[in-house]
Design a protein around this ligand. Structure first.
Ligand SMILES: [Zn+2]
Length: 328
């Protein structure tokens, strides 16, 4: 089920040794990357490799890449969420081993079996194979844009809401229980919420990474995104459809978590998350998020219809006014 993880500071400097140790040889694979920092990393560390740049994460890109990669023995993806997801789904479709080298931590896809690919501009979650090897270079991740790291924070914290939904669904006999997956997902988020490290320091990034890995493991274990995706993700998916310019996935999910934990009546948890968000500079009001109350209401209304079979608090038609007041 699970792959291997190598992590540390400045470890890309020994990337060739590392890959060889796991049986990955440069002339047998291909490296895909984005156009920013990851291109520079490929120029520096993957000079003699076949490589390909990924501009977007659409089904067309995956198809195109399949044609390029099919004669290779493995695929390495270096970059942000789009590059990792495109690589993961392409490698999964071809049955090839996949090596994930994220340059930031913007979501829990780094170790999950889920890849998000766009169809007609709308992101779709594809269940595929998780990475065989995950390489985390904390020095590189730490220097990535703060907005992307905030998105990773939001995606991890959103597990707290997803697990409340899952427990509710089990209680109402709308879903089955999987305690180890529930605990894995919850634990990573809860530990991070209690983290006392200086925001965005290396120890803080490590705790974030460990939480996101646990989230990925929980999804691998359960074979779906249930451990890390509940009502807050549905609201984010609805915002993707409604907003002209949607925000980053993890920012939308993390923000919606403030609202959904209140719908669950978890005021104490709401206050803990809010305090934590304020400490790290994550939006805690619709105004800070840059979304109007009208659009947010629209998203909340649309959200349950986007996944009728995954029961969440939103499928119970909850009273939303009090919760809305707390985020406006
Ligand atoms: Zn997510």
């Amino acid at each position: 089920m699970t792959g291997s993880i190598v992590h540390g500071e400045n470890i890309l400097e020994q990337i060739h040794l590392l890959l060889r140790k796991y049986g990955f040889y440069p002339d047998e694979g291909i490296a895909i990357h984005g156009s920013g920092i990851s291109r520079k990393l490929v120029d520096a560390y993957f000079k003699e490799w076949d490589s390909s740049v990924i501009e977007d994460s659409t089904f067309d890109t995956v198809k195109e890449l399949e044609g390029i990669v099919k004669y290779k023995r493995f695929l390495v993806a270096i970059g942000g969420g789009k590059v990792i997801d495109t690589g993961k789904v392409t490698a999964g479709n071809l049955g090839l081993p996949f090596v994930s080298i994220p340059t930031t931590l913007s979501n829990d896809g780094i170790f999950s079996p889920i890849g998000v690919i766009k169809k007609n501009h709308i992101p779709e979650s594809i269940l595929t194979k998780p990475p065989e090897l995950l390489i985390l270079d904390y020095s590189i991740i730490r220097s990535s844009p703060k907005e992307l790291l905030l998105a990773g924070i939001g995606d991890l914290i959103s597990n707290l809401s997803a697990i409340l939904d899952w427990k509710l669904a089990v209680k109402l006999k709308k879903d089955t229980e999987d305690t180890p997956s529930m605990e894995l997902s919850y634990e990573g988020a809860e530990t991070f919420l209690e983290a006392e490290e200086e925001p965005f320091s290396i120890p803080f990034i490590k705790t974030l990474a460990h939480g996101l890995i646990k989230s990925g493991l929980a999804m691998q274990r359960h074979g779906s995104s249930r451990p890390a995706s509940g009502a807050e993700h549905l609201i984010s998916h609805a915002l993707d459809k409604i907003l002209e310019k949607p925000l980053i996935h993890g920012i939308q999910c993390g923000f919606a978590t403030l609202f959904t934990v209140l719908l669950h009546g978890e005021r104490g948890l709401f206050l803990r998350i809010k305090e934590f968000y304020e400490r790290v500079g994550f939006p805690t009001t619709l105004e800070q998020l840059g979304v109007s109350e009208e659009k947010f209401r629209e998203a909340v209304k649309l959200a349950p219809s986007l996944r009728p079979n995954r029961f969440t608090i939103l499928h119970k038609n909850p009273e939303i006014e009090d919760a809305l007041n707390c985020i406006t």
